[in-house]
Structures are given as C-alpha cells and as structure tokens.
Design a protein around this ligand. Sequence first.
Ligand code: TNX
Length: 533
Amino acid sequence: MSIVAVLAVALGGDSIPAIVPRPAHVTVQPGAFTLRTATVIVTDRALRGLGERLADDLFPATGLRLAVRTGAPAGTGTIAIRLDSSLARLGEEGYLLDVRPSRLAIRAYRAAGAFYGIETLRQLLPPAIFRQAEMTGVAWRIPAVAIEDVPRFAWRGVHLDVARHFMPKEFVKKVIDLAALHKLNRFHWHLTDDQGWRLEIKQYPRLTQVGAWRRETLIGRKDQDSTKWRFDGQPHGGFYTQDDVREIVAYARARFVTIVPEIEMPGHSQAAIAAYPELGNRGDTLPVWTAWGVDQNILNPGEATIQFAQNVLSEVMGLFPGPWIHTGGDEAPKAQWKASPLAQARIRELGLKDEEALQGYFTRRMDEFLTSHGRRLIGWDEILEGGLAPNAVVMSWRGVDGGIAAARAGHDVVMTPGSHTYFDHYQSSDTAAEPLAIGGFLPLDTVYAFEPVPPALTAAEARYVLGAQGQLWTEYIPDPKRAEYMVFPRLCALAEVLWTPREARDYADFTRRLATHLERLAALDVNFRPITN
Ligand code: TNX
C-alpha cells in the first residue's frame, strides 16, 4: 500500500477514491458534499464556460439544473471554480480540489487546471453520473477530500490512424472526450497513408476524390506469399472536409486537447501518388494501396514535390492552430530513389552522401518551412538517420534508443515505443480468444510498468522527454467498436503513467480503482476489453 493510502486508512477514511489517473496528493476526510436542487456553481468571469459545461454534464443523470453564477460569493452549498494567481506552483494544468460537506472549491492557476479539477470532481461522483438519462435512487454524494494535483508530463497523448480504416467524425470526437476524461492533452491524428488520404486539401482536390477511396481491402493477416492474398471486394474510404476539421479542432480546444495532425512523407504516401502520379518516382499510375506493410512507393524528392508538400502543410497550418505538425518520416524504403535519375541528380547537386541524407534534406526543408511559420516539425525516429532537422521533435517508436539519441542532441522527444505503447498488439497471450491483431503482446500491466524516462539519461537530458502517447494503428481494426476494445483499458494505464508521480504508481491500487472506472466507461458506451487476466 502506498503512503497516501496508509495515511487515509490511519485517518479512518476510506481508501483513495477511484480516480483514474490517480491524483498526486489526496487526503480523504470524513463526510460528503451532496448535490441538491439548490446547489449553485460559482465561477470567475473567465471560467464561466467551464462552469456551464459542468452544469450541462451533471444534468442528464441527476436531473438537477444547477444555476451558474459569475462573481457571486462562494458560500454554503456552492461549487466554486476559480483562477488564483498565487498558485503559479501548480503550473498550467494543476489544480486544488477541496470538498467539504458544506461547500466545494476548485482553484487553479490557469483554465486547463480548473478543467482537470472538474474532471476529477466528476469521477468523485457515482459512475452513474456518466449516464445520459435521469438515474433515480442514486445519492449524488461527493466524498470530502483535499486534492492537490499536477501532471508529471506535459505531453500526454493518444494517436489514432484513420488512414488504414476511416473513422467517422463522431468517433473522433468520442476519442477526444475520452482523452480528456483521462487528463490526456494531445490527439495525434494520423491522416494520410498508403491506404487512404483523409483530409480535404483545397489546392489538390484529387487527394480526396481519388486518394480517400480504395477498391478493396486485404482479408486477414498478410501472407509472405502475395499469391495467397485474398481481398474483400468492398470499396472502403472516407475523408474529413475542412469544415469537419474545424468542428473537431473546436471540440478538442474546449477540452484542452491539442491536435497534432500527421501528413506522412516521403514514405507511406501511395494514396497521394495515386491521386497525383507526378509525385512518385516512376510516373506510373498506382491504385490506393489495398494491402498492408511497408510500401516501396514513396514521394520523389524533386523541387515540385517539395512545393506540393509545403502547399499541403500551409492548408494544414490554416486548420490546426497547435504548435506541432507531424510529417511522418517512417519506413521510407530507398530502392526507388536509388533507381531514379532525378533522385540521384539531387544527391549530386546537393552534395549529399546518400539516399538517407536525401530524406534528411527533404525533412529539413519541411522543418525550415514550418519553423518560418512559427510551428514545430515532429517526426518518427527515422528522421534521425539522415541528419536531424534543427528544430525537430522526435517520436521514438522503434524502442527508446531514438529518444535517447535525440534527447542527448538537445531535441524534444515523445516516447512511443512499440513495446509499451502500441495498442494494436494483442492484450492476451491467448490470441485465439482475441480478435485478429497485427501481432505482439502488450498486456495491461506492461503498459502500467512503462517508464517514459530511460535510466540512461541524465537529469538534464531527461528534461527533453516531453512525455509519451499510446498508438492505435488500424490495419486490423475495421471500426470504432474494435478500436475501443484495443484502446481500453490500456489507455487508462498509460494515462496514469503520464499523470501520476512515479512514486505514487501502484498496480494493485490501480486495478482496484479501475474496477469502478470501467463502470464509467460502460456508462459512456465504451467497448473496453474486460479484465480477465
Ligand atoms: C509501423 S509505427 C508503422 C505503421 C504501422 C505499424 C503497425 C510507425 C511509425 N510505422 O505504419 O501501422 O508499424 O504496428
């Protein structure tokens, strides 16, 4: 048992309330605050929107329409939500939550902190609070606690591949909502790949007219022998219009989630080449890819293609206000560049060593472009191979070594190793009892045991580790329900890795709280994998 839990028991209180991720400091006190018809939500002018959102969230299950008053005194029977300039120690995202039988108060230095205080408050209520119809016979009691909470990491992310299988806009919003419930603050949206281009680009309409649709999809696991491949004969596709994106960006912003859009280059680009064959190396007309794996068809490194990529990124920057733009960079086989006169001439002209250095040059051109527009390029760890672009942030997916190398070179890093953060891997060793997955084995306790800061880093280097995120690649994940099954409850474990102080992490205590948390997810219609092992 942790020190906090021992203290709580010693004080005669219950164990730590079932909040996921577990707050940094919790003191359980006697008594409870009860929601009643007369309860009033009191906010600062700046936090009025958050107060209204809380009132809206509490209404369906309780049937109570709580009044929201701005600038009123926080007396008996009030829920006060306020900014406090003396709380700079809590940073952008920390908060204090003080629940007494007579009144309840959330205080934070910044609005994001107040938002997380509200998320904690919702989890202190019975799980039925997440239902969308009035739940009779439930006592809406909030146990008296004093919570002081700040996140351990600044980058707490979840990634979703909507290229391999298109996921509808409503599901994207649900993922953002669930991210916020777990106090995650980055949504990495993998929008383009060989099998589909999902973002409307006004200058290049064929990207979605052609690139958003594939003729059919490989059935089952990809066999080494391509003569054995069988296809489903069903067209698959879809894309988000720019208006859809504006809606999703606003939805995320209201939940303090920054979207990190990803446009893959120069690899994972067959859908773009299918739309505009001049982007490829051979000028042949390709279909949007119907199989999985590492594709040999990559963008050519010519000046016109660099211009194309920058034009696309201009529209992306116009849609997404966040600081980070992801340009992929992973798995770009160089056979076509080796055979291409244009690529070889580029290598000579630019005095580059080889094809890897040419990809490094391509990435640096994107880095300069994004930097000149006040943004940061982020890419998968292959971008280290051809000489790292000066401002780039690295996502370390092939283990943590890329992250270590980048941090030592003074680059920001987000840890995304397959070994601990790939939610497309199996959740059980009994794979026959699970839906078909890409392979691998990533059980819940392994996610929980993940340590984003590799011990090899010094304290100074460790500061470059911004955090981590969970990945959902969707080759074998055809729809939202399967996506939920693969992500939950593993994302709950990762959220705790990212939020909770390292010394307060305790797997047994996590699984105890998770049992209640899964009732919340059930109320929210999340198709989580039940805990069976
Ligand atoms: C590798 S992770 C990829 C993806 C696949 C994934 C499957 C990464 C940067 N590239 O394109 O979907 O493996 O696990």
